[in-house]
Design a protein around this ligand. Sequence first.
Ligand SMILES: NC(=O)c1ccc[n+]([C@@H]2O[C@H](COP(=O)([O-])OP(=O)(O)OC[C@H]3O[C@@H](n4cnc5c(N)ncnc54)[C@H](OP(=O)(O)O)[C@@H]3O)[C@@H](O)[C@H]2O)c1
Length: 367
Amino acid sequence: MSLPQKTTSKVPRLQRALVATGPGSLALKTVAVPRITSEEVLVRTAAVALNPSDHKLLDQSTTAGAISGSDFAGVVVHVGSSVKDRMSVGDRVFGIVFGANPGRPGNGAFAQYVAAPADLCMHVPDGMDMATAASMGMGLMTTGLALRSLGLRWDRLAEENDDSDDERHSPYVLVHGGATATGTIAIQILRQAGYLPVATCSPTNFDLVTDRGAVAGFDYNSASCANDIRRYTKGRLRYALDCIGNEATMILCYCALGDGASYYTTLEQYSRRLTIRRRDVTPDWILGWTLLGDEVQLAGAYYREARPDDRQFGRDWAVLMESLLEQARVRPHPIEATAQGTFMAVIPRLDLLRKKMVKGKKIVVKV
Ligand SMILES: NC(=O)c1ccc[n+]([C@@H]2O[C@H](COP(=O)([O-])OP(=O)(O)OC[C@H]3O[C@@H](n4cnc5c(N)ncnc54)[C@H](OP(=O)(O)O)[C@@H]3O)[C@@H](O)[C@H]2O)c1
């Protein structure tokens, strides 16, 4: 006899969360536990990871009173009525939410409870701890959008046994900022999707990027970096993923790309002025929040209309990533996890991220 599935467990009305109190400033407050929609699950957070977007949103686009944080892992405590086939109370899950969202300020990862879209959540594989899982959501989901934006294929990822055939004719993909949290995940996925990732990073991270699957590492601080990449790829580089996204990195990517139709995708707003240097390069800038399918109510260039197609893509991609993780085919970025059980530990660590003092690792706070 099978017992009816439990769809809720006792949830308090109030919780502790890190909320914005003004530009650049967070404080631990008592706030309402978010209400879930029929398509969401309520997750009691066990660990959260820090992202540069956490301080960028806080510093440059402050929504006073909004809960901050995007990357989380935890245990499902309540399941929305239309997603009971996908999630159950007690499931260990991880994923991303749009923290500091002006459109939904009462929901963010730096809180005891987070309302997350069930279809974009992934189950934590057996044997993986919550701190590691918390570090992976943003990297996995951003990589998906990046592959799609570059027009790359990912059908090979669905093959369980990836016995990378003859790679001699596989296309190169530049991952600029290969030692970023996004970069080390993107490198692994690109390689398994049948591409040859070449990465830029500091020489101290050459081992990290090659260990994750890059066929070569190049020092972005070297004056000859773009030329070195062009020579290595014999002018055949057609795709560049810029995980940093400023004028200097865009120029480097544009110079490394071979002549002819090429594709450049960046994670930050790019300079329109620079695009005239190479009219044969198609530039694109992705914003992970579009995966939620809703309007992104940020100001200026960061505004996006609702994109239901992105949500559908995210749904399919999350299923694919869940299966890659189950097969242990994606390794996490190196993490530094605190033992502290408080969200207050986020604040000084976010400041390190803001000052660009976090290199080659992702900061995780266990809560
Ligand atoms: N649009 C989106 O949806 C989206 C999603 C995720 C992230 N992002 C953005 O993407 C950027 C990266 O985020 P992340 O969390 O992946 O990064 P991260 O892990 O915080 O990146 C740290 C690493 O950046 C590398 N780096 C710094 N300057 C560099 C440069 N000029 N060239 C190459 N590498 C450089 C350093 O590598 P070395 O140690 O090797 O020097 C450092 O280890 C941030 O701006 C973030 O806001 C956007």
